[in-house]
Design a protein around this ligand. Structure first.
Ligand code: 13P
Length: 326
């Protein structure tokens, strides 16, 4: 019985790779297939590792032969009671299902509040829409009142976790070193950290943007390297604090300058080939009408969306704006 299970499990993985490489199946179809017979594997580390490797590639993206698969993430922040999160996730999922073919170019994740995760875990298991947490503890378990561990997030179906969001840095005094330690904890617990970097308006006006980004990133990279992280196990998000929730966009030039700088720091620390595979998202007042311009930039591999992700049609329009999704 056990060997039968292992056999079926291996076959389904091989099928996964063949389908994905040929581009004839979407991974949505794959997930449905896997879900049907072998749901248990969905939360197993080997599965998530292999799926992560495949998910990080997009053979067609912006003409790059072996590039980075686009990622669009909705950060719902502290919004949504159970019924609302369920309704919103359902509307987004319905939209993705209708776009099954196009969606292949783009991975989509939502990060609801902790209280919505368990309810959505069953509902979204095996679907095109993945779950992420908005934060996690650097510890595994124990006397840390009010905290949630990475293992707990995995337990409710999360693949990703946001770390070092500027609202947490400001409200909860998270510093660069702590964000670095949380990055290591996320890797340890089998989650892909989406680490947020960004300068305040004051720092930009003092021309300190690149210096701030470098300090934030180096704390993350030292932990990432010590954890021997792979390129698909790290996502970075540049979110200028002054552009978050303000309706004020960074200009494409400002965004590309910082993203290219981040890519260079990654190349210096990890090697150019490795750096070329790490996804860098932009966040800060991304809306349906400005998304395409931002997504077309060379070093922008998707978006971290706040306010607009709370409206299914806006969020879907942002997904549609990704160049290869057109
Ligand atoms: P807005 O899209 O509402 O500006 O928020 C961005 C953000 O903070 C995502 O993490």
């Amino acid at each position: 019985m056990f060997s039968l299970f292992i056999h079926a499990w291996t076959n389904s993985l091989i099928l996964f790779f063949i389908c994905d490489l040929q581009g004839n199946f979407t991974d949505f179809a794959l997930f449905r297939l896997l879900k049907a017979g072998f749901l248990i594997r969905m939360h197993s580390l080997p599965y998530m590792y292999l799926a992560g490797v495949v998910n990080s590639f997009d053979l067609n993206r912006k003409g790059i032969s072996m590039g980075r698969r686009a990622l669009i993430v909705g950060n719902w922040k502290m919004n949504g009671l159970i019924e609302i999160t369920r309704g919103l996730a359902g509307d987004i999922l319905a939209g993705l299902t209708n776009r099954e073919k196009k969606r292949m170019m783009c991975e989509v994740v939502i990060c609801p509040p902790f209280t919505g995760l368990y309810n959505l875990s069953e509902f979204l298991a095996g679907s095109a829409l993945k779950l992420g947490g908005q934060n996690m503890s650097e510890y595994t378990a124990g006397a840390h009142t009010g905290e949630i561990s990475g293992i707990m997030l995995r337990n409710v179906g999360c693949w990703y976790v946001l770390l070092g969001h500027s609202e947490r840095r400001a409200d909860n005094f998270e510093d660069n070193d702590q964000v670095g330690r949380k990055t290591a904890a996320a890797l340890r617990d089998g989650l892909v950290p989406i680490v947020c970097l960004g300068e305040t308006l004051e720092e930009r006006e003092q021309s300190r943007t690149l210096e701030v980004i470098e300090a934030q990133l180096s704390a993350v990279l030292s932990e990432f390297s010590a954890s021997k992280g792979k390129s698909h196990q790290l996502v970075l998000a540049y979110e200028p604090v002054w552009a978050i929730g303000t309706g004020k966009n960074a200009t494409p030039e400002q965004v590309q300058e910082v993203h290219a700088f981040i890519r260079k720091l990654l190349a210096d620390a990890l090697g150019a080939e490795f750096a070329d595979k790490i996804r860098i998202l932009y966040g800060g007042s991304v809306k349906p009408d400005n998304a395409e311009k931002l997504f077309r930039l060379d070093d922008v591999d998707g978006g971290l969306i706040g306010g607009a992700s709370l409206n299914a049609s806006d969020f879907l329009a942002i997904i549609d704006a990704y160049p290869n999704n057109l």
